[in-house]
Design a protein. Structure first.
Length: 156
C-alpha cells in the first residue's frame, strides 16, 4: 500500500508569502465577512470575521527549491487564501476539501506533469491510482471551478 503525506503551505512559507508573495507583492490582509474561503495554510475553511489574505503562490517553484527539481514551463503561480497573520496549523480531516469535484494533477520528481484525473467520488481510490505509478512523486489537488491549487500530496 502506498503511503502519502498531505502538505499544507508550511509556516515558514506562509511568513515569506505574507512579506512578499510569489508575484512580488506584499500581502494585504482583510477580515473575511462571510467565511468559507479554503485556507491553504491549515487546510480548512475560514470562519466569518477571520483575518485572511489572498496571495500568489507557486507550489512547484517552492517544491523545486527544496528538491532540486526543474519544472521549467510547468512552474506556475496562482491565487490562494491563507491566514493573514500566524496560522494555528492543520487539524482536520486526512484528505480535506474532497466534498466537491477536484482535479488531481500528477508530477514527476523533476516537476513535470504526468497526467491528471477529474475526481467526483472515492478520493482515496483516486490518490491510490495516482501513486500506483512509481514515477509520481507529488500530486496537486485543484479546484475544478477556478483551477486553483488547494494542496499537495507527496509520496511517503
Amino acid at each position: 500500500m502506498t503511503t502519502y503525506t498531505v502538505c499544507p503551505i508550511p509556516a515558514g512559507t506562509l511568513a515569506a508569502l505574507l512579506t512578499e508573495d510569489d508575484a512580488g507583492v506584499p500581502a494585504a490582509g482583510y477580515l473575511d465577512p462571510e467565511g468559507d474561503a479554503p485556507l491553504r495554510c491549515c487546510l480548512r475553511r475560514s470562519a466569518p470575521g477571520e483575518r485572511i489574505a489572498l496571495v500568489s503562490y507557486a507550489p512547484l517553484r517552492r517544491w523545486a527549491a527544496e528538491t532540486g527539481a526543474r519544472p521549467g514551463a510547468y512552474d506556475e503561480r496562482g491565487p490562494v487564501f491563507v491566514h493573514a497573520d500566524s496560522c494555528p496549523g492543520r487539524s482536520g480531516p486526512e484528505l480535506p476539501f474532497t466534498n466537491a469535484h477536484r482535479v488531481l494533477r500528477r508530477y514527476s520528481a523533476q516537476g513535470h506533469i504526468l497526467g491528471g484525473e477529474l475526481v467526483s467520488e472515492d478520493f482515496p481510490a483516486a490518490l491510490a491510482r495516482a501513486f500506483s505509478d512509481p514515477e509520481v512523486a507529488s500530486v496537486h489537488v485543484r479546484a475544478v471551478e477556478y483551477g486553483c491549487f488547494l494542496y499537495e500530496v507527496r509520496r511517503g
